[in-house]
Write a protein that binds this ligand. Structure first.
Ligand code: PXP
Length: 245
C-alpha cells in the first residue's frame, strides 16, 4: 500500500488570511489521521506564510503517524534549527523562492555540495529520514544519493500539467513523455537504494496513473485534499484519497 502523507499547509493558509486562530492545522491533522492518513506533511517557509513554528511543535506532540517537515536547506529563517529542536520523523528538502505561489521545480543537487551534505548529516544525526524534492532526472537522483539522502520525492508538477493538458488520455505523447521521465528516475532511485516518494499537483483524477510507478512508497498530497475538504470535510476527503491508493 502506498503511504499517504497529507500536506495541510493550506489549512494554515486560510487561518493566516485573518491572522487568527482558525482553522487550526493541528485539528485538521487529527481528522486526517482518523481518516487513515499515514503521515502529515507541513512546509515551514522562511516567510512563515502559512505553517507557524507553534504548529510544528504541537503537531510533534499530537500526531501518531509520520511527521514530514519540508524546508529549504538554504533559507535564513531558522527552520533548520527549528527542525533540530522539534525532531520530525522525516525532512524533505525543497527549493524556496519568496515570490513563488507554491514550490516551483526541484532542488538543485550537486554531488559535491558540502553545505547540503552538512545539513543532511545534522538532520540525520537528529534521527530524521532525509528526502530531497527533485525533478525526475536520473543525474539528480544519482547526486541525491551522493550527498547522503535516504529518499527522493519526485516533483510531479510537470507530469500533472501534462495530464491536465490531455485530460489523462492514454497514449497522448505529452503524457507518455512525462510518465517515462518519472519511470527513468524511479529506476535510478532503485539502483541507488533510495526510497521513492512523489508529490505536487496530484489529485483525485490523475492519481490512478501514478500507482504503477515502480518502487513508489509514498505520495504527498495537499492542495486537492484540502480543496475537497472545504466542501465535504477533511475525514471524507482523506478517506476518498486513501480508497484510490
Ligand atoms: N511535496 C512537496 C515537496 C511540496 O512542496 C508540495 C507543495 O507544497 C507537495 C508535495 C504537495 O503539492 P500539492 O499541494 O500540489 O498537492
Amino acid at each position: 500500500m502506498i503511504h499517504l502523507g497529507v500536506n495541510i499547509d493550506h489549512v494554515a493558509t486560510i487561518r493566516q488570511a485573518r491572522k487568527g486562530d482558525e482553522p487550526d492545522p493541528v485539528h485538521a491533522a487529527v481528522f486526517c489521521e482518523l481518516a487513515g492518513a499515514d503521515g502529515i506533511t507541513v512546509h515551514v517557509r522562511e516567510d512563515r506564510r502559512h505553517i507557524q513554528d507553534r504548529d510544528l511543535r504541537l503537531l510533534r506532540q499530537t500526531i501518531r503517524g509520520v511527521l514530514n517537515l519540508e524546508l529549504a536547506p538554504r533559507e535564513a529563517g531558522g527552520v533548520v534549527e527549528l527542525a533540530l529542536e522539534v525532531g520530525p520523523d522525516q525532512v524533505c528538502l525543497v527549493p524556496e523562492h519568496r515570490a513563488e505561489v507554491t514550490t516551483e521545480g526541484g532542488l538543485a543537487v550537486s554531488p559535491d555540495d558540502s553545505r547540503l551534505r552538512t545539513t543532511i548529516d545534522r538532520l540525520k544525526a537528529r534521527g530524521c529520514l532525509i528526502s530531497l524534492f527533485i525533478e525526475p532526472d536520473p543525474v539528480t537522483v544519482a547526486a541525491s544519493a551522493a550527498v547522503g539522502a535516504d529518499a527522493i520525492e519526485l516533483h510531479t508538477g510537470t507530469w500533472a500539467n501534462a495530464w491536465a493538458a490531455c485530460r489523462g488520455r492514454a497514449g497522448d505523447p505529452r503524457l507518455v513523455r512525462e510518465q517515462q521521465r518519472l519511470r527513468d528516475a524511479a529506476h535510478e532511485a532503485g539502483a541507488r537504494g533510495l526510497r521513492l516518494h512523489a508529490g505536487h499537483g496530484i489529485n483525485y483524477a490523475n492519481v490512478r496513473d501514478l500507482l504503477d510507478l515502480p518502487l513508489l512508497r509514498e505520495l504527498n498530497i495537499g492542495h486537492s485534499i484540502v480543496s475537497r475538504a472545504v466542501l465535504v470535510g477533511m475525514e471524507r476527503a482523506v478517506r476518498e484519497m486513501k480508497e484510490l491508493l
